[in-house]
Design a protein around this ligand. Structure first.
Ligand code: RB5
Length: 146
């Protein structure tokens, strides 16, 4: 499995912990940055990770900013991306099972590193259930439902 990861200046330390954790698990990580504490614009990193996942260069993505919200909004503008902001494992599990979310987002100013690593493990270890959920996912992209 290959994971694309990206973050803004609010989440550099949290991102490092997640990268270390994934690497310890033997999972390949593509780090799109930022690795600087200098203030930056989260949409840049949200879009980079989103395109890597949408283009099949990574299986799943992880995005972290202060809240997880701004960076997920940016990622969700890319066709085929379903980025879900989570702060507890029930949502992280269900967004894989039912929504086939392909990017997990969370806030470095919202949760601690212990919860973050639990979210990451839950997200990447939970498969999509398919079935009736696929129809609903198809409806998200279908202009007939606008
Ligand atoms: C940066 O200060 C902050 O706005 C950003 O990390 C994020 O929380 C936006 O949604």
């Amino acid at each position: 499995m290959k994971i694309a990861i990206g973050n803004d200046h609010a989440a550099v330390d949290m991102k490092r912990e997640v990268v270390q954790h994934l690497t310890d698990r033997g999972i390949e990580v593509i780090n799109f940055g930022t690795d600087s504490y200098e203030s930056c614009d989260y949409p840049i990193y949200g879009k980079k990770v989103a395109h890597a996942v949408a283009d099949g260069k990574a299986d799943l993505g992880i995005l972290i900013c202060g809240t997880g919200i701004g960076i997920s909004l940016a990622a969700n503008k890319v066709k085929g991306i379903r980025a879900a902001v989570c702060s507890e494992t029930y949502s992280a599990r269900l967004t894989r099972k039912h929504n086939d979310a392909n990017i997990l987002a969370f806030g470095a100013r919202v949760i601690g590193p212990g919860t973050a690593l639990d979210l990451v493990d839950t997200f990447i270890d939970t498969p999509f259930e398919g079935g009736r959920h696929q129809r609903r996912i198809d409806m998200i992209e279908d202009p007939e439902n606008d």
